[in-house]
Design a protein around this ligand. Structure first.
Ligand code: URA
Length: 427
């Protein structure tokens, strides 16, 4: 295999066959293909896309780069949920403990920050001691013990996604349907699950900005799920503004805990309960959508969801008793509207990049995340704003970064005079 030859072939709009995809992607893992060559290939795929055969070959090579989990001993329904990425998207952190409390098992492989979107694994690492890189035998024991566990891709499971995910994030090659399919579906199939609820986000704060693109991505993932015998349900949800009240790292864990205490904001809870319902229906734990919503509400109201979260954090070594004291931001600033009026639009991607700047996503290999960093959205789209009332609070532990972001953020929140036509939260 000559890497440059395959890159040129893809660059010029030709299709790669299965052997070529296997040798290039496996070559990346064995370091025959360099980061520079993989970056060029990712960009060629980004611009030229992949046909059916290429996309399936990509999923297969990424899946088979590591172990595929099996749970032969388990009598429980084994499933998972995954989102295509957004800002303030902490649904997994709330859904997993609730669904696990209903007797379902979730072996979740999640990612770090990707492009301008935050990562579940980075958020969880703000809990002192929380281990996201266990051996797979330990991971399976955790799932059995707590009902769910969350880990990152590793050298054992989905190593190809681990390496390529990082590179995509740093090379502007995230928003590609075949690359997203390869990344998400290889992780989900490797979990050994029978069912999957996919949250396909649409809007200015995710990788698929239009309904048409999102539907194309959703259909692709559904087709791959079916081919691997996974019952795959799609939910299309709105990402035209950050989800919930907070976006960042530890602040999203805090908000997830509030949701499990019954104090969650409407948009976030609507998405969480809708996706949770899909899994409860698949498993037979609920027989109708309203039954599934009631069951989840009862799990929250009786404190079983919070208990499930606390058990899982403890199992993974996390110290919630040290969480608050280790996540106090040193600095904060308030953003005021440029004029009184109504928030007509939030440029959510730009808000996401501001979060990257604050230290919530790695920009380069040696970056250290600031777990204290984040934003609180005091007003959102459609809200009336006054000159002297802040619309957003920004916090982190690096004063210079806070200053830079504070100066640029207000241009991402557009104030007008007329009420905007808000899209629904679930499409
Ligand atoms: N989430 C993933 O795991 N991968 C992607 O490519 C996008 C979202």
């Amino acid at each position: 295999m000559i890497p440059a030859n395959l890159i040129s072939k893809k660059r010029d709009g030709h299709h790669l066959n299965k052997d070529e995809i296997n040798s290039f992607f496996n070559g990346y893992l064995s370091q025959v293909v360099t980061d520079a060559q993989m970056s060029a290939m990712l960009m060629a795929i980004y611009f030229n896309g992949m046909n059916d055969d290429e996309t399936f070959s990509l999923v297969n090579v990424m899946l088979n780069s590591g172990t595929i989990l099996k749970f032969p001993q388990s009598n429980s329904y084994i499933c998972d949920k995954h989102s295509t990425g957004g800002v303030g998207d902490k649904v997994s952190l709330i859904l997993a403990p609730i669904v696990a409390a209903a007797g379902i098992k979730i072996p979740m492989i999640a990612g770090r920050g990707l492009g301008f979107t935050g990562g579940t694994v980075d958020k969880l690492e703000s809990i002192p001691g929380f281990d996201v890189s266990p051996d797979l035998d330990i991971f399976k024991q955790w799932v059995e013990k707590s009902g769910y566990a969350i880990m990152s891709q590793s050298n054992e499971i989905c190593p190809a996604d681990k390496k390529i995910y990082d590179l995509r994030s740093k090379t502007g090659t995230v928003s590609s349907i075949p690359l997203i399919c390869g990344s998400i579906m290889s992780k989900k199939i490797a979990e050994g699950i029978s069912g999957l609820a996919l949250d396909i986000k649409i809007g200015n704060g995710t990788f698929m900005k239009t309904k048409e693109e999102a539907i194309k991505l959703g259909s692709w993932m559904e087709k791959i799920g079916k081919a691997f015998n996974i019952k795959t349900d799609l939910t299309y949800t709105n990402m035209d503004q950050p989800l919930g009240r907070f976006a960042g790292l530890s602040c999203e864990i805090k908000e997830a805990i509030e949701c499990l205490k019954g104090n969650g904001p409407d948009d976030l809870m609507t998405v969480t309960l809708e996706l949770g319902s899909k899994l409860l229906l698949q498993s037979g734990a609920a027989t109708s959508r309203s039954d599934a919503i009631n069951l989840q509400t009862e799990i929250i109201n009786t404190g079983r969801g919070l208990k499930s979260f606390e058990n899982s954090v403890e199992t993974q070594g996390g110290r919630l008793d040290k969480f608050d004291s280790e996540n106090k931001p040193k600095h904060e600033a308030f953003i005021y509207p440029e004029k009184p009026g109504i928030i007509t639009n939030m440029n959510t991607e730009s808000i996401g990049w501001s979060l990257v700047e604050l230290g919530c996503v790695m920009k380069n290999n040696n970056d250290i995340l600031d777990h204290t960093a984040g934003m609180e959205f005091l007003r959102k789209t459609g809200d009336q704003v006054k000159h002297n009332e802040p619309i957003c609070r920004i916090f982190c532990s690096n004063e210079k970064k806070l200053d830079t972001v504070s100066r640029s953020l207000s241009s991402a929140i557009i104030i007008g005079e007329d009420h905007p036509r808000n899209n629904p939260i679930i499409y």
